[in-house]
Design a protein around this ligand. Structure first.
Ligand SMILES: *Cc1c(COP(=O)(O)O)cnc(C)c1O
Length: 484
């Protein structure tokens, strides 16, 4: 991966070059274009030929790294391969060309598709109702927390506090704040899961809900979840489950049966729709029976004749949380994946995701330090402990991985692990890919011991070297200035 740096398009610019060739115009511009729109001075726009512009953008495209190019073990992100058949179905003309303002009589098929997806998610999770509209996991969390707030309000008191374990994803406290709650952090137990005895210490009449990720961000199954649900319910509080890690459970566990009240899923993680670079995604939310009244509008139903109708008239609803019917294209892709896999296929995907993560865990645990020894499911988290003594940091390891042409794992998350390296291989990777990764990780660990300087200056072979990421985020250079 020794790519040269592609210049800016402005640096390629030469005066008078054009990307097209057309015959000389034989009429005055102003005969066709309103005078006030004609520009004499084109400003500082680059001037390049067609072949130059095509090569420029192709070169930039080659800088990208994606699941289609190679292994992408970002923990928590579930970067599984997205089957291309999903794109095909989402591009079917009937879907592609339907207008969001079409009369409902004319898009019965689209409504049926949404209802079918809701029903399959219900079957998988055990929740009778789903809303498909949230655009991402975090948006699902907000929707869920607003529903919990509304339920509590309807029974007289919205309460004040949401409890969140210290291993949680940062979106959990953010969503709770957005929904008007204060957050209290609960420490996980020494084995990496939340203990019911700890939860009891934090319970009082102000607690609206507890948000729990299961399996949590250590990849550890929350084994006391049923007992925790029980003590919460006794306290008049709800259990919210962050189901972004449902790829470790699908086909095996129905969260509704564990006592969960509200759950979101990440279709763009678990059900193979593309993500990264800001979406679009989808974070549907499932709820128990008695939350039906607070679901966001509109709710899709069938009348007695089987016709799909769209119900906006719901006085206790939390209201609209998204325009139209959400990211419809993403929903088509997720349904395609679900139908393609079938019940048995989904179970097998779960098994392989867990097997792959444990294969990496077993093969690296004698090289890298495992801070939590409890068995993990779909991802594994190592700490900086084994290489810190060489003066090497987690970021140095991650940057060095780039030199081997592999995307690094998630780093410095979850926060409860010092210098975390969080690896999630997903079910779509082959043994050969995993073996290459394992060998690379061992080699890098050896380098940390024998040549730490090499790692501290990594990456060596990428188009740009180590960037000042803080400066880049705080003072992005968005305007081209010609250097004198
Ligand atoms: C990814 C993730 C989220 C947030 O999902 P987005 O779609 O990125 O908003 C929340 N919780 C967990 C555990 C996650 O892994």
């Amino acid at each position: 991966m020794n790519k040269k740096r592609e210049p800016l398009i402005f640096e390629l610019s030469e005066e008078g070059k054009k990307g097209y060739s057309l015959p000389e115009i034989d009429v005055e511009d102003k005969d066709y274009i309103p005078e006030d729109l004609i520009r004499e001075d084109m400003g500082n726009l680059p001037e390049v030929s067609e072949v130059e512009i095509v090569r420029h953008y192709t070169a930039l495209a080659h800088y990208n790294y994606s699941v289609d190019e190679g292994f992408y073990p970002l923990g928590s992100c579930t970067m599984k391969y997205n089957p291309k058949i999903n794109e095909k179905t989402a591009s079917l003309e009937g879907f592609l060309l339907s207008h969001p303002y079409s009369p409902y009589e004319l898009v019965q098929g689209n409504l049926r598709l949404l209802k079918t997806l809701e029903n399959i998610l219900s079957e998988l999770t055990g929740f009778p109702y789903f809303t498909l509209y949230p655009s991402a996991g975090a948006h699902g969390e907000l929707t869920g927390m607003l529903m919990i707030r509304k339920k509590l309000e309807l029974s007289g008191n919205p309460r004040k506090i949401v409890l969140i374990p210290d291993s949680a994803h940062g979106t959990n406290p953010a969503s709770s704040h957005f929904a008007g709650y204060d957050v209290k952090e609960i420490p996980s137990g020494k084995d990496g899961y939340l203990e019911v005895s700890k939860v009891k210490e934090f319970l009082n009449e102000d607690v609206a809900a507890l948000m729990m990720t299961n399996p949590n961000t250590l990849g550890v199954y929350e084994r006391e979840i049923k007992e925790i649900a029980e003590v919460l319910h006794k306290n008049g509080s709800y259990l919210y489950m962050d189901g972004a890690n449902f790829n470790a459970l699908m086909g095996y566990v129905k969260p509704a049966e564990l006592g969960v009240d509200v759950l979101h899923l990440n279709l763009h993680k678990t059900f193979s729709t593309p993500h990264g670079g800001g979406g679009p995604g989808a974070g549907p939310v499932g709820v128990r029976e008695d939350f039906e009244e607070v679901l966001p509008i509109p709710v899709i139903k069938q009348d007695n004749g089987g016709k799909y109708i769209v119900d906006f008239n719901r006085p206790n609803s939390i209201g609209k949380i998204r325009s139209f019917f959400g990211n419809f294209g993403v929903l088509i892709k997720a349904l395609t994946y679900l139908l393609e896999m079938g019940a048995e296929g989904l179970k097998q995907a779960t098994e392989l995701a867990v097997l792959n993560a444990n294969y990496i865990r077993e093969n690296l645990k004698d090289t890298y330090e495992l801070p939590y020894k409890t068995g993990t499911l779909h991802e594994v988290v190592f700490s900086e402990e084994s290489f810190k003594k060489f003066g090497v940091k987690t970021v140095d390891i991650a940057k060095r991985i780039l030199d081997y042409g592999i995307h690094p794992p998630t780093v410095y998350f979850p926060l409860i692990v010092h210098g975390a390296l969080m690896i999630e291989p997903t079910e779509t990777e082959s043994k050969r890919t995993l073996d290459t990764f394992i060998e690379t990780m061992k080699k890098i660990h050896k380098e940390a011991e024998t040549n730490p300087e090499l790692l501290k200056e990594a990456p060596h072979y990428t188009p740009v070297r180590r960037l000042n990421e803080v400066l880049a985020a705080k003072k992005p250079k968005l305007k081209y200035k010609k250097e004198e």
